[in-house]
Ligand binder design. Structure first.
Ligand code: PLP
Length: 391
C-alpha cells in the first residue's frame, strides 16, 4: 500500500506501544505491574455517570452542534470567567473529542511549512508528531531535572525567531511533572504577544498539583492578551473520564472557528451523552477531584523517596501531574544501552511496564505513572529494585 508522504512524519505513540506489549503479556497470563498508562485508576464521578445514563434514557443520542452542546460551552466560559476573569464567551469555546482532538485541530489550523513551533522538552509524545504532521518544524527548549524541569521564560523567548508561529506550554507537564511559575508564564505570553506568536497552553493536568500548590493558568492572562492565548483542557484526567473523550479549546475567535471547521469535517460533535456527563462533572464533582488529588499526593510521597533511594537512580519530586521521571542512566551498561532497552528489559524480565524517556525526548529517564494503587506501586518498586541490583 502506498501511503501519503505525510505519514512518514508520524509514528505510533510510544506510550500506546508499551501498553499494547504489557496487554499482550497480561493476556498470556503474566502478572504485569503497569506503570505505563497515563490513565487515572479512579472511577468516573457518579454525577457524570448518572447524568449520561439519564441522557441516554431520554434519547439524547443524536448529532449535536459541531462545537458541542451550548450548555457545556456556556459552563466552560463561565468557569474560566469566574475563576480567572477570562474574557472568553461561549462562542469562543469549542468542545472537542478529548484535549488531543483540540490540539490536533489547532496544529492543522495554525502551523505551516517553514514555520517553527517551540516545545519545552522532555515533552508529551503527541506535540512533536502533531507539529510535524502539520508541516512545521519543532524547536526544542530543554528543561533540566536538577531544577524540577522548570520552564524558564528567558530560554523560551531566546528561541523566538521570525519563523516562530507558536509556543506550546504544558503545565503541569507530562512527563516531567514540572509546573511553570506565574512570572515565567506572564513573561512568555507578553513577549509572544509583541511578536504575534500564539501561546498554546495545555492545562490537561491543571488540578494535579501537590504540597498545597496551584498551577498558574494562562486563562488569567487572556484578558490582557486575548489574541495570544489558546487554552486546551480536558475532562480525561481531572475527572477520570478518559474514555468519554471530552476536551475543549478556548481562545481567539478566528482560531476557535477554524478548529470547529476542521472538527466539522473530521469527527463532528463529541459524543452527545458524554458531553452531558461532562457538564454534570463540571458542576458537581469537586469532591471527587479533591479525593483524587489527596490520593495522588500520598502515592507520590510513597514512590519518589523510594525511587531516589534506589542504587544509581535520581528523582526529584514532581510538582504536578501524576508521573515520576527518574534518571536511570547510571544503569546503562552491557546490553542496556539506553532508556528504550532499559524499559524493554524491565518489562520482559521483571514484568514492570513503564515508558522509556526517549519517547519524550530524554534518553536518560523513564516515566513511571502513579495513576495506580499504592499496592501496585509497592509491588513494582520491589521488582524494580531486584532488577536494578541484577543489572
Ligand atoms: C499533556 C497532555 N495533553 C493532552 C492529552 C490528551 O488527553 P485527552 O485527549 O484524553 O483529553 C494528554 C493525554 O495523555 C496529555 O498527557
Amino acid at each position: 500500500m502506498h501511503l501519503a508522504a505525510r505519514m512518514s512524519r508520524i509514528g505510533e505513540s510510544a506510550t500506546l506501544k508499551v501498553s499494547r506489549r504489557a496487554a499482550e503479556l497480561k493476556a498470556s497470563g503474566a502478572d504485569v505491574v503497569d506503570f505505563g498508562a497515563g490513565e487515572p485508576d479512579f472511577a468516573s464521578p457518579g454525577v457524570a455517570v448518572e447524568a449520561a445514563r439519564q441522557a441516554l434514557a431520554d434519547g439524547f443520542t443524536k448529532y449535536t452542534p459541531t462545537s458541542g452542546i451550548p450548555a457545556l460551552r456556556r459552563a466552560l466560559a463561565e468557569r474560566f470567567a469566574r475563576q480567572y476573569g477570562a474574557p472568553w464567551t461561549a462562542d469562543q469555546v469549542l468542545v472537542s473529542v478529548g484535549g488531543k482532538g483540540a490540539l490536533f485541530e489547532i496544529a492543522l489550523a495554525l502551523f505551516e511549512e517553514g514555520q517553527e513551533v517551540i516545545l519545552h522538552t522532555p515533552t508529551w509524545v503527541s506535540f512533536p508528531e502533531q507539529i510535524r504532521f502539520a508541516g512545521a518544524r519543532v524547536v526544542e527548549v530543554p528543561t533540566d531535572g536538577a531544577d524540577g524541569f522548570a520552564v524558564h521564560a528567558e530560554k523560551i523567548v531566546g528561541a523566538f525567531t521570525a519563523r516562530t508561529r507558536a509556543v506550546i506550554l504544558n503545565s503541569p507537564c507530562n512527563p516531567t511533572g514540572g509546573v511553570i511559575a506565574a512570572e515565567d508564564l506572564r513573561a512568555i505570553v507578553a513577549a509572544a504577544a509583541e511578536r504575534g506568536i500564539v501561546v498554546i497552553a495545555d492545562e490537561t493536568y491543571e488540578r494535579f498539583v501537590y504540597d498545597g500548590g496551584t498551577a498558574a493558568s494562562a486563562a488569567a492572562l487572556a484578558s490582557a492578551y486575548p489574541e495570544t492565548i489558546a487554552l486546551v483542557g480536558s475532562f480525561s484526567k481531572t475527572y477520570a473520564m478518559t474514555g468519554w473523550r471530552v476536551g475543549y479549546l478556548l481562545g481567539p475567535p478566528p482560531l476557535v472557528r477554524a478548529a470547529a471547521e476542521i472538527q466539522g469535517h473530521a469527527t463532528s460533535n463529541p459524543t452527545s451523552f458524554a458531553m452531558v456527563g461532562a457538564l454534570a462533572a463540571l458542576a458537581g464533582a469537586e469532591g471527587d477531584i479533591e479525593a483524587m488529588v489527596a490520593e495522588y499526593q500520598a502515592r507520590r510521597d510513597l514512590l519518589v523517596p523510594a525511587l531516589a533511594a534506589l542504587p544509581g537512580v535520581t528523582c526529584q519530586p514532581p510538582k504536578g501531574a501524576f508521573y515520576a521521571f527518574p534518571d536511570v542512566s547510571a544503569h546503562f551498561r552491557g546490553d542496556i544501552t539506553d532508556s528504550t532497552s532499559f524499559a524493554e528489559r524491565l518489562l520482559e524480565e521483571a514484568h514492570v511496564a513503564l515508558v522509556a524517556g526517549a519517547a519524550f525526548g530524554s534518553d536518560r529517564h523513564v516515566r513511571i505513572s502513579f495513576a495506580c494503587s499504592r499496592h501496585e506501586l509497592a509491588r513494582g518498586l520491589e521488582r524494580l529494585e531486584r532488577f536494578l541490583r541484577r543489572n
